[in-house]
Ligand binder design. Structure first.
Ligand code: ATP
Ligand code: MG
Length: 204
């Protein structure tokens, strides 16, 4: 299995405060990894450090793939909902260029999450679960080698949750993608490697 990412003796936190230490794990192609742990245990902090949006306080966090090969669904919706952008516009922001091919790739991603019929609806007018599905499509659209998902199923109904879990497991087994997700969905854990964040470190 090809190695995509490795954390060695990583320390994640804010300022002088370490939240999680001795972070040691790898992500490989064809792996579904779930990061679980109580609220406030440090899951999002680890994700932000892996992505480089939060500086690490120690150790090393090394990617073997370029940033554009990483698809992300953040925990907090980073979009001003009063903006006059459609669901499709939002997915298109994943690309650095425009054009017909990119548009059809974006539409395909919306189809994968069952949102194609609402592609031209204003993002701010969608329900919470629908908005999250659009963000999911945005992460899928560029055909990333690794998907990093922070609580991606918040606001989703059970059926969508299961469907997306199946889509992700398929991407992992058939296309050899890597998925790292923080999630409490038990159905997603079947066939996944579970890393538990507890007591200021990562177990498993
Ligand atoms: N920007 C920040 N500055 C300082 N401390 C922070 C910041 N963000 C989070 N923390 C603290 O870091 C700890 C871990 O937070 P984090 O958001 O990583 O937890 P989590 O495991 O993702 O929780 P949840 O399940 O609620 O999403 C918490 O004690 C939190 O208060
Ligand atoms: Mg979190």
């Amino acid at each position: 299995m090809s190695l995509l990412f490795r954390a060695v003796d990583g320390v994640c936190g804010y300022g002088l405060t370490a939240i999680v230490s001795a972070v040691n794990f790898e992500l490989c192609a064809g792996e579904f990894v779930i990061l679980e742990g109580a609220n406030g245990s440090g899951k999002s902090t680890i994700i932000r450090t892996i992505l480089g949006t939060q500086v690490s306080l120690g150790g090393s966090f090394t990617w073997n793939i370029p940033q554009e090969k990483i698809g992300v669904v953040p925990q907090d919706l980073p979009i001003d909902q009063s903006l006059p952008v459609t669901a499709l516009d939002l997915v298109l922001t994943a690309f650095l260029s425009g054009g017909k091919a990119v548009r059809s790739q974006a539409m395909l991603a919306l189809e994968q999450v069952g949102m194609e019929s609402l592609a031209h609806r204003r993002f701010g007018e969608l329900s919470g679960g629908q908005r999250r599905r659009v963000l999911f499509a945005r992460a899928l659209a560029t055909d990333p080698a690794c998907l990093i998902l922070d609580e991606p199923t918040v606001n989703m109904d059970a059926e969508t949750e299961l469907a997306l879990g199946e889509l992700l497991h398929r991407m992992v087994t058939v296309e050899q993608k890597c998925v790292l997700a923080t999630s409490h969905v038990t159905a997603w854990m079947n066939g996944s490697r579970v890393l538990r964040v507890e007591g200021g470190t990562v177990h498993g």
